[in-house]
Design a protein around this ligand. Sequence first.
Ligand SMILES: [Zn+2]
Length: 530
Amino acid sequence: MTRRFTLAAPLFAAALLSAGRPVIAPDGHRWWSHVQYLADDKLEGRNTGSVGHRKAAAYVAGEFERAGLKPAGTEGYIQPVRFHTRRLQEDESSLTLVRNGESEELVLGEDAIISTRIDPAPSVDADVVFAGYALTVPEMQYDDLAGLDLRGKIVLYISGGPANIPGPLRSHYQSAAERGRFLERAGVIGTIGVPNPDHMDLPWQRIALSSRQPSMSLADPALDQQHGLKFSAVVNPAQAEKWFAGSGHSFDDLVKLADAGKPLPRFPLHASIRAKIAVERGEVVSQNVAGILPGTDPLLKDQYVVLSAHLDHLGIGEPINGDRIYNGAMDNASGVATLIDIAQSLNESKPKLRRSLLFVVVTGEEKGLLGSRYFVAHPTVKPGSMVADLNVDMFLPLFPLHSVTVYGLNESDLGDEVRTVARARGIRIQDDQEPERNIFIRSDQYSFIRSGIPALAMKVGYEKGSPEEKIAKTWLKERYHAPSDDAKQPVDLECAGRFDDLVRALAEAVADHTERPRWNSNSFFKRFAQ
Ligand SMILES: [Zn+2]
């Protein structure tokens, strides 16, 4: 890839009219300076609970203060969050596949990884049943668990779901929280997931490396999502065939069915697993950071439009090409920089917004959206006063901005707002083009959605089959969750500046709208609203 820095003077210095007031679109340089700070090696990849993350949180708090935001944490701008940590001790752990009395010891990292996302039991010995997608969607009368004897068993499943189930439902019911409820009800004690090899954002090698990182869960027991599970593993799709030997089915055929959007057969595998799992446990405290730009309308100022972005990344991990620091420049120093850029640009233009804006920079996203889940359970503003969430995570400004992909576009009237502000800027809005990637539930907007708050997430858009799609896919393959997602990579500054301008204008529009945002009457997610 060639470098695509915009080094010349801002090309996009055109004054835009927004709400009758001229606003200069940011040129991306201020955004980039925040990315550079947050993605510097000195911050050591901002792992949840680390010193680097604490430094990053202090930086964000300082920038919020400079932008004139009011502190909205519990200790100034900071809201501390406690976590339990678990690190697999691979040398003392093992996983054995047993079939017809024959045991095959699997190679951890190559055949499969043992996940510590749930707190595993020290040993597990149980039969394995293939349960298709292991998906239950009550609204569609769809249940992969129905009619199977799963009590005390482990289910093996392929990620995804049948194409006739709408994308948001399919994503929602694949979340750990929802899947876990149905597995628990069926008496399942563990899961073995196999990613569909045709829909993997991360190559297996990087999944395996990341399994050496500690997992975390919220220390608050009310927010635990264990669901009675004692074991969790992920199988390398390239080594998945051995699990199906003698079952009358091949993994290859099952993937073909999955790719065609079909339901999958379900069947016992006549196999069991024996696992020994050694885990080193600990505790850490990490930081959410929150600041408020107060609104001016006497009736509406107690309502908050939330702008959210996660600060944490993966910290120091297994080296790739000799580099151990996972800087997380795009994931997600970029989104935090967008929030700071917006706060600072509002501080310059000083609009009188009717509602308040609540800037929430969260920790623990990479560990399973934990910081945002904690924030919605323990909000630092009055419960029920957050009326919308606009989330920015890894929006990838890698080429000029022509379109923005909006996740949740057709779920609430926030969709109309974003269409309006984008039209005024000559930006095309498109819905999620790849629902199979589950993006709508993969970042912090989902925590807000689950507590009933209409939300959107936004990324720089591209068309299927375009050169831009190729750039974005290559980025995922080479840099996503790799040390090369650092501040040395090429980015398009003008694109980032225009993106920030769009999100800022959207936040202003939502803050000024007389009616608070509403879920569309046909939205599945409407059910979470109180
Ligand atoms: Zn990430």
